[in-house]
Design a protein around this ligand. Structure first.
Ligand SMILES: [Zn+2]
Length: 273
């Protein structure tokens, strides 16, 4: 299925779902597409092991909120998007982070001094107070070893601002409302992003809590990297109820590690545990 929507960039509507037959058969997930654009205009940037989204916060698209930072050593994938537009990394004015794993925060060091916001439960991961929770240490330590070889900071020297469940922040035209979705990590947050005065309609960045499969359905994210799968799946169910109860409309559902889906898929999620 191909679903075409108006992108936030008025120049062209873009297809948000493109299925590669190879990845389809290998993973069963909707593949990610570099520079694909969500309904609200968030641009996906794929890097070394992570991905992030750049969400323009002004009409000129010269300033961006980063939804996660990705894991690039040098920020070259970010520059590959920004530089041809006459912009540099300083066009990223803030980050909203889904959680503290290195593939989401590892590139914060390329934007020193840029404010970052994240669920307070994960701040100890980021500042190194706790190395990494649950089943993560083995994986993270491997990733850390690998990434350190390539010279990148995994636990960057930043002190993020804590986000509480239900808290809203404004970045230029963009509103961000944090929804606690504990389970993947204790401080995992879903980030509902809106533009202008449309504060009840927007896109939802789900981080590692869920993925979209090739049928467009929501599946819970990689179990091996999730601290508490049951809690995480219940968090998805809980968020769907809150979204419905508050009459919020989600256009694009944005996972970190699969292609995007439609917001309504969130309502049909069935837990596996
Ligand atoms: Zn993660």
């Amino acid at each position: 299925m191909k679903h075409t929507i108006e992108s936030g960039n008025p120049e062209h509507p873009v297809p948000i779902m493109r299925v590669s037959p190879f990845l389809t058969s290998r993973l069963g997930l909707r593949p990610i597409v570099n520079h694909s654009i969500s309904s609200i205009g968030a641009i996906r940037i794929i890097d070394f092991t992570g991905s992030c989204r750049l969400l323009p916060i002004n009409d000129q698209a010269t300033q961006f909120l980063g939804l996660d930072a990705g894991n690039s050593k040098t920020g070259k994938q970010l520059k590959a998007y920004l530089n041809p537009r006459g912009l540099g990394l300083d066009a990223i004015v803030a980050y909203a982070l889904s959680h503290g794993h290195s593939d989401h925060v590892g590139a914060l060091h390329v934007s020193p001094g840029v404010p970052a916001y994240m669920g307070k439960g994960d701040i100890p991961i980021l500042n190194g107070t706790i190395p990494s929770p649950g089943k993560i240490p083995g994986r993270i330590d491997k990733a850390r070893a690998l990434i350190n070889l390539s010279g990148a900071a995994v636990v960057p020297d930043v002190e993020p601002f804590p986000l509480e469940d239900g808290e809203s922040r404004k970045f230029g035209q963009i509103g961000v409302r944090a929804f606690a979705m504990p389970g993947h990590t204790a401080g995992s947050m879903g980030l509902f992003v809106t533009r202008g005065r449309h504060d009840m309609q927007g896109d939802f960045y789900a981080g590692d809590t869920l993925d979209i499969d090739v049928n467009g359905d929501v599946v819970s994210a990689a179990k091996g990297a999730t601290e508490d799968v049951y809690q995480s799946e219940m968090a998805i169910v809980g968020i769907a109820k809150r979204i419905r109860g508050e009459h919020i409309r989600i256009d694009t559902l944005m996972p970190a590690h699969s292609g995007d889906g439609l917001g309504e898929a969130l309502m049909h999620f069935a837990p596996s545990v």
